[in-house]
Design a binder for this molecule. Structure first.
Ligand code: ADP
Ligand code: MG
Length: 584
């Protein structure tokens, strides 16, 4: 039998650290929150190598007394708890006294601090939770914490860190979330000595415009509500600003950024009928809830919360947002006599609907240069075993060397929407519309993923885009160019002069603004292709009307000719066994 051992404290700390510190951005968040708690009016964040080398947070808050310096790093040490009466209220505010201890367990920390009533600055360094001596230092009132070599003693964690640009984007995201909710505070973010963002003290509306972009200002709809259970302050963006991807939803409870699917749904509900179901409205909403009625300790990183009056808050939030949309004449008038779907009318049409992607009728995905037809029969063989409907026994006489024209002999059009083709002992029935969807989708995806650059179209009026601190244009650089985007940098702005051939200018811009907030991944391509497809239905029929043989061939060049991009069946197979059942 194995003996039960008590973990050495430094190991226990490292394990606990894993919960609080997932990546450099978590350190930035915890330290910025400490600076906020210290009453700072200015917080500076200096990052080197996306936080892998160093993270430094400088504040001008009340500082830490000399005799408290070592205590601050002890687990469950918090100054935010004065007596037993405070215990409940303060613990529920998330003062777990864990952040500094956790950060120290996995990095080398230096802390310098001077309190507002002291002439002297003190300094202490810690390594794996072992505190060095407190020494005299120089510096102004406030605290400077420098965290170096994150995860240096947990190589597995360090290896899991993503590329510099991705880690920095997470940092900038954490920074933005905090800066947005605290407009009265001055914030600076520097990366490798370059200033990435600076916000002067201002009001919430100004801060939002500075963070999310100037154009946002006129689209902000104020939301305000004050009840005993919850107070709400902030803005939602007009529905026409909704994006395909998530990322600009900011929710705060008692000044801390939180995630709550539940409350997110409440806001979505308020937007019902105003944005398409797959679009995400933008918002910056700050909730204030009495401290003894919310628990932020659900998760070590304090990003999830539990409310005592969850359902009531849901309803208040939903109706507050709805009312604001109503006051600003964005909500659809509810007319019970008429079909609501047909009666959604906004005063100004541009505020009502999510941007639609229209198809460029000149675009023919079959023209991509990289498109090399593979032998159609090959795909029957490859895909057959993936399909649920695989009752066909392929005879050896159906062989890959068979001429392509074979399918012509055996395919015919079955109005209104089918092609029937035969294999040796089976009938194959193809739904033409879905087959075209599958073909176009695959062609577009493979073009987007290929190494070839797709041709773009120049725009008559270049589009100037102001990119906010969250934008990720460097990571997207290659992909954007490949899709046909072309731009030049002018100061802080980007001037786009061309976009993809398969989207018009406003669609291109809408896509661009959405995707550069994301990490590049396959899903984006899928999203792009799907949305292009859903709006291009009925418009591209001319493209492949010509010849049913082409459709059959092109379909079986797809990796999955059995279902369409929405997973609906494209092909049905009727084998001789199934037919014989019909003749019983
Ligand atoms: P918590 O914030 O939950 O109290 P932390 O581990 O984050 O726990 O911090 C421990 C203590 O260190 C805090 O309670 C506070 O007294 C002190 N502290 C940390 N950072 C600062 C800061 N920037 N300014 C003043 N005091 C700080
Ligand atoms: Mg803290």
């Amino acid at each position: 039998m194995k003996k039960i051992l008590i973990l050495p404290e430094n190991v226990a700390n490292q394990i606990a650290a894993g919960e609080v510190v997932q990546r450099p951005a978590s350190v930035v968040k915890e330290l910025m929150e400490n600076s906020l708690d210290s009453g700072a009016s200015e917080i500076r964040v200096n990052i080197v190598n996306a936080g892998k080398t160093s993270i430094q947070i400088i504040d001008n808050g009340h500082g830490i007394e000399k005799d408290q310096l070592k205590l601050a790093f002890i687990r469950h040490a918090t100054s935010k708890l004065n007596n037993a009466d405070d215990l409940f209220a303060l613990i529920t505010m998330g003062f777990r006294g864990e952040a500094l201890a956790s950060i120290c367990a996995i990095s080398q920390v230096n802390l310098k601090s001077r309190t507002n009533d002291s002439e002297k600055t003190y300094e202490i360094s810690l390594d794996e939770n072992k505190a060095g001596e407190i020494t005299n230092s120089v510096g102004s009132v406030g605290t400077t914490i420098t965290v170096k070599n994150l995860f240096y003693n947990v190589p597995a964690r360090r290896q899991f860190l993503k590329s510099e640009s991705i880690e920095f984007r997470h940092i900038s995201e954490s920074f933005t979330r905090i800066a947005l909710a605290n407009p009265q505070i001055k914030f600076t973010l520097k990366h490798n000595n370059k200033e990435e963002a600076q916000f002067e003290p201002e009001n919430l509306r100004q801060r939002i415009s500075h963070v999310l972009g100037k154009k946002i200002n006129e689209n902000l709809v104020p939301v305000g509500e004050s009840t005993d259970i919850v107070s709400i302050e902030g803005f939602v963006l007009r529905p026409n600003n909704a994006k395909k991807t998530k990322g600009n939803q900011y929710l705060y409870v008692n000044r801390r950024p939180i995630k709550s699917n539940y409350l997110h749904k409440s806001i979505i509900e308020a937007f019902e009928g105003l944005v398409a179901p797959d679009m995400h409205p933008l918002y910056v909403l700050k909730l204030t809830v009495p401290e003894d009625r919310v628990d932020v300790n659900v998760h070590p990183s304090k990003t999830e919360v539990q409310f005592e009056d969850e359902r009531t808050i849901y309803k208040i939030l939903c109706s507050a947002v709805k009312r604001s949309l109503g006051i600003h004449q964005i909500a659809p008038p509810i007319d019970f006599e008429n079909n609501l779907d047909q009666h959604i009318t906004a005063r100004s049409s541009e505020t009502l609907l999510a941007p639609k992607i229209k198809v460029n009728s000149d675009f023919n995905p079959f023209n991509f240069e990289n498109h090399k037809a593979k032998k159609s029969t090959q795909f029957f063989f490859q895909s057959n075993d993936k399909s649920e409907q695989k009752p066909i026994e392929f005879s050896s006489s159906w062989d890959e060397s068979e001429p392509k024209s074979e399918s012509t002999k055996t395919s015919f059009f079955l109005p209104p929407n089918y092609i029937v083709t035969s294999l040796k002992t089976s009938l194959v029935i193809i739904n033409i519309k879905r087959a075209k969807n599958r073909i176009l989708f695959d062609q577009l995806i493979s073009a987007l993923k290929s190494d070839n650059q797709l041709s773009g179209q120049s725009w008559v009026f270049p589009e100037r885009i102001e990119l906010n601190s969250k934008s990720n244009i460097q990571i997207w650089d290659m992909q954007l160019k490949k899709m046909g985007f072309h731009w030049e940098k002018e100061g802080n702005d980007f001037v786009f002069t061309a976009g993809p051939l398969f989207l018009n200018q406003s669609e291109s811009i809408s896509w661009l603004e959405t995707i550069i907030q994301q990490d590049p991944d396959d899903e984006i391509y899928n999203d792009l292709a799907l949305s292009w497809l859903s709006n291009s239905e009925n418009k591209y029929s001319a493209m492949i009307d010509s010849n049913i043989t082409d459709i059959v061939d092109a379909l079986f060049q797809c990796n999955n000719p059995w279902t369409d991009p929405h997973d609906k069946p494209v092909t049905r197979i009727l084998d001789s066994k199934a037919l014989s059942v019909q003749f019983h």
